[in-house]
Design a protein around this ligand. Structure first.
Ligand code: PHE
Length: 439
């Protein structure tokens, strides 16, 4: 059974809550995933599609999760069970996604740690085109850095909600934003920068397929951290009244702004240095290091950038781990420390085949996807949207959106109630069915 709510830990301030939630949303999804997805998905068209989805379905689901957490003050499984004793499995989907995303995310976090150390120890290094692919093919080193990343995440989560998550997010988030702005200004003034900006913003409808919709939707879920209960968990630690619609709007805007700025930082650089486009995740790991060799004191900026990128990754990964910890703690009465350690060790084992899928296991494909790509696909494109639909249905049709008491005024309840009850589940459903070829 669930812990009683009275004992639940809580955030120390509204600002702390905002920074922690923004920290969860703003992460590698914005800086690393969004730019290359936009490049693959038709530039400006993808952007417009993304903006439409993020400010409707994304915002609505974020609000829904936060409202549910604040109301029930429980982890996702517990919160769903309170709506209906048979709905616990909907919350469990979140726990499954966490189990897939945590290793996946830690692998990329590990790559970032590696680059940070490289810039620290070898300031004059010129990162060549093949450096990244050679590194990720290595069987040991990427896993070593994955482990390091997981240990740091675990360290913060063990310290708890106030002294770990909140404390670190309050420092890391403002710093990340400042540095990103500096880098955007620098890259926008490179020769040929305008070509990149044009590419980024100019719509190319010929690249849009039905798959683009799924990719954009998957990115909305991944980038906002919705569909797996992150915000149910974070909002369950609220013990004062917070203006949730305002907070949700700030988070979506901030998250989108950072993704957009990341695009403005990447594309001018890509065009300026003539790096091939559509080169997947490598875009960030090759082009960014190249920016740094182009600026005076570049290696210092490289160090700072990779520190901040690591921190952005960490504020997200702690929110991923916290979902599992809250669940183990509430429902199985494991101590925080025991939950963190057990879950992290388990996820490290899952990370092994994912990491090796770039090298040793590269011949091994399921549905034409490597373990790493498959993990990303199943979690972001299938399970997160599925979790989202079920969440909408259970609140929209069973609990009643207005009973979450998010809005005082009628208009908000009517608009978002309608969105949650009809528009979001139908839209997500159509996109999912199209993706699996059923319609
Ligand atoms: N939103 C994070 C990002 O953009 C990733 C994330 C997904 C975090 C799911 C928590 C939960 O990088």
């Amino acid at each position: 059974m669930e812990n009683s709510n009275q004992k639940r830990v809580s955030w120390t301030s509204k600002f702390g809550f905002l920074m922690a939630t923004a920290g969860s949303a703003v992460g590698l999804g914005n800086l690393w995933r969004f730019p290359f997805m936009t490049a693959n998905g038709g530039g400006g068209v993808f952007l417009i599609l993304y903006l439409t989805l993020v400010f409707t379905i994304g915002l609505g689901l974020l609000l829904l999760e936060m409202g549910l957490g604040a109301k029930m003050r429980l982890n996702p499984v517990g919160a769903m069970r309170k709506i209906n004793s048979h709905f616990g499995f909907i919350g469990s989907i979140g726990i499954w996604v966490v189990t897939i995303i945590f290793p996946f995310y830690s692998i990329v976090g590990g790559w970032i740690f590696h680059y940070f150390l490289i810039f620290c120890t070898q300031p004059l290094i010129k990162i060549h085109q093949d450096y990244f692919s050679q590194f990720i093919q290595n069987p040991y080193w990427p896993l070593f850095y994955t482990l390091l990343f997981m240990i740091l995440t675990a360290f913060i989560v063990i310290k708890g909600v106030k002294n770990g998550i909140e404390k670190y997010s309050k420092i890391m988030m403002p710093a990340l934003f400042m540095l990103l702005l500096c880098l955007v200004v620098r890259s926008a003034t490179l020769p040929n920068a305008f070509e990149g900006i044009k590419f980024f913003l100019w719509p190319d409808f010929s690249k849009v397929t039905t798959n683009t919709f799924l990719t954009a939707l998957g990115q909305v879920f991944f980038s906002l951290s919705i569909g797996m209960g992150t915000f149910i968990t974070y909002a369950s630690y609220l013990n004062e009244k917070v203006n949730l619609p305002k907070t949700a709007m700030i988070i979506v805007s901030l998250d989108t702004l950072v993704a957009f700025l990341a695009g403005l930082m990447i594309f001018p650089t890509v065009f300026s240095f003539n790096v091939p486009l559509n080169s997947g995740p490598t875009l960030v790991f090759i082009t960014l290091p190249k920016i740094f060799s182009a600026i005076p004191f570049g290696s210092c900026i490289g160090i700072l950038f990779f520190i901040l990128l690591s921190l952005a990754a960490l504020t997200s990964s702690i929110s991923i781990l916290e979902v599992a910890v809250a669940y183990l703690n509430d429902n199985h009465h494991f101590s925080r420390k025991k939950s963190v350690i057990l879950f992290s060790v388990f996820c490290f084992f899952l990370a092994i085949p994912m990491s090796l899928s770039f090298g040793l296991l590269s011949g091994f494909k399921i549905f034409d996807k490597s373990f790493f790509d498959l993990a990303d696909f199943i979690a972001s494109n299938i399970l997160l949207p599925l979790g989202g639909i079920l969440l909408c249905i259970s609140v929209g049709w069973f609990y009643g959106f207005k009973n979450l008491e998010i809005f005082q005024n009628k208009a908000g309840n009517i608009f978002f109630g309608f969105l949650i009850k009809f528009i979001a589940p139908i839209a997500i459903c159509i996109i999912l069915l199209q993706a699996v070829g059923l319609i």
